[in-house]
Design a protein. Structure first.
Length: 395
């Protein structure tokens, strides 16, 4: 539940028991909560989605499973921050041009838990696979509202400018239930994926319907095939609830930078750009039109280009998704980075599977298109490296 609402109660109690109540957490220390400027009606919708996302727990009698990974969205996306190694998903097989050859063995995702009497799935021997740590969910509506044309303008698939960086979009199939975006650019009937760590998901509706289906075993009118029986089933969740959750995700506020006037933080951002981090982790983005006024034509600073980059053999897990090769990952936004430990048990688990235990280690593991920036980082004088890290922690 969004803690800001608890703050209202805390304020009401404050007069009576100011000595007993802890201070409400500062807004810039929280990742959850709605974007500013929602209408009353939009606010109510946000709250309905919030309850469905965080509080609605599934069990065998209301649709859970029979095979599943967790019982509600919020168990893996606590406080809308990034997840922990204990909440990773394992995907396997291939989703490339040949199709996923492991579908009859439970692909594309391992459901390692099951309701009583049903055998949970195991990862088949030798199946190519990758582990995915839950990313933070805040600010997704802003990323959603960036135009396809912007993404294509930043892409440089064949590295025409010779800077060693060749970002490209993941071209994916659009599900028939996902409406085509007004600004969509299509290529050979495919659309640009922008969600998920490999950018294989077209929109937040697909992400949500798929999460109910693959993570919780809950079928909807959008994704009606049960992951265990492989047969079509009547919906176990109302379409309106799925749409409310999509609205909630879309209207989660963008993380707020802290300490942004600190001279070291300002100097650290300059270092970030000088050594080329900002070529992929793009600082300044702008949304296009949006039916939600609070999201339309806004400048925001997520530090991503939403494009795929080949990150070298060290980050190659052998698992493909859509047109993303096994070494390609979508640049993650860096906003909220300094708050990650709050939802990760007080420490850091970074990169797609949480293998990096500090910001410095995540940078050290950049290879492929990220190698030049990593080398430049490692060659920095210690004081510049400290300022860069200080800046990253302020995000
Ligand atoms: C078992 C843990 C788990 C559960 C339960 C879960 N998720 Fe996720 N979620 C993940 C992981 C792991 C990823 C990253 C997957 C990927 O990158 O392909 C993810 C990705 C996402 C993303 C994409 C964010 C981005 O930056 O692209 C959204 C949105 C999301 N989940 C929403 C939901 C919703 C809505 C539900 C409930 C219906 C849900 N999740 C349930 C683990 C979970
Ligand atoms: C070629 C594009 C590219 C460049 C240049 C680049 N990055 Fe990255 N960065 C990525 C990608 C892609 C990932 C995700 C890799 C993964 O998940 O395995 C990533 C991951 C990260 C992460 C982990 C984020 C998370 O949520 O787990 C941090 C921190 C980071 N980069 C900081 C930097 C810094 C600092 C620089 C400059 C020294 C830099 N990056 C340069 C593409 C790039």
């Amino acid at each position: 539940m969004f803690r800001g609402y608890h703050a209202v109660f805390i304020t009401l109690f404050a007069v009576a028991c100011s000595k007993l109540e802890p201070a409400a957490p500062a807004e810039d220390s929280l990742l959850d909560g709605p974007v500013e400027g929602l209408s009353n009606e939009e606010h109510l919708r946000f709250l309905r989605g919030d309850v469905a996302f965080n509080d609605e727990v599934f069990h065998a009698d209301n649709g859970l499973g029979p095979v599943f990974v967790a019982t509600r969205c919020g168990s893996c996306h606590a406080g809308d921050g990034p997840g922990h190694p204990s909440t990773t998903l394992t995907r396997f097989g291939q989703s490339d041009a040949n199709g996923n050859t492991y579908l009859d063995q439970g692909g594309p995702q391992v459901q390692h838990r099951a309701v009583p009497g049903v055998a949970p799935e195991v990862l088949p021997d030798n199946a190519p696979s990758a582990r995915f740590l839950p990313p933070l969910n805040t600010g997704l509506g802003f990323l959603d509202a960036v135009s396809d044309a912007d993404l294509l303008a930043w892409a440089d698939e064949h590295d025409a400018d010779g800077d060693g960086i060749s970002g490209r979009p993941n071209w994916v199939e659009r599900k028939t239930y996902s409406p085509l975006r007004a600004d969509a650019v299509e290529q050979a009937g495919q659309v640009i994926g922008r969600f998920g760590r490999k950018g294989a998901v077209y929109d937040l509706l697909q992400q949500t319907a798929n999460a109910y289906n693959q993570d919780i075993g809950v079928v909807s009118q959008f994704e009606p095939i049960d992951p265990y029986t492989h047969e079509e089933q009547d919906p176990e969740i109302a379409a309106a609830t799925v749409h409310d959750v999509v609205f909630y995700l879309r209207t989660l506020k963008a993380p707020i930078q802290r300490d942004k006037d600190n001279p070291d933080v300002i100097a650290g951002e300059a270092v970030f750009h000088t050594i080329g981090c900002g070529n992929c982790h793009r600082a300044e983005l702008r949304t296009g039109p949006s039916p939600i006024a609070a999201l339309a034509h806004r400048d925001f600073r997520p530090f991503t280009d939403l494009l795929l980059h080949d990150m070298g053999p060290g980050l190659d897990d052998g698992y493909t998704e859509g047109s993303a090769s096994s070494a390609e990952w979508r640049t993650p936004a860096l906003w909220g980075l300094g708050l990650f430990p709050d939802s990760q048990g007080g420490t850091y688990f970074l990169l797609h599977d949480g293998r990096a235990h500090s910001i410095a280690e995540a940078i050290d593991l950049h290879g492929g298109e990220g190698q030049a920036a990593r080398d430049a980082y490692q060659a920095l004088p210690a004081s510049d490296r400290d300022k860069l890290l200080r800046f990253l922690q302020s995000l």
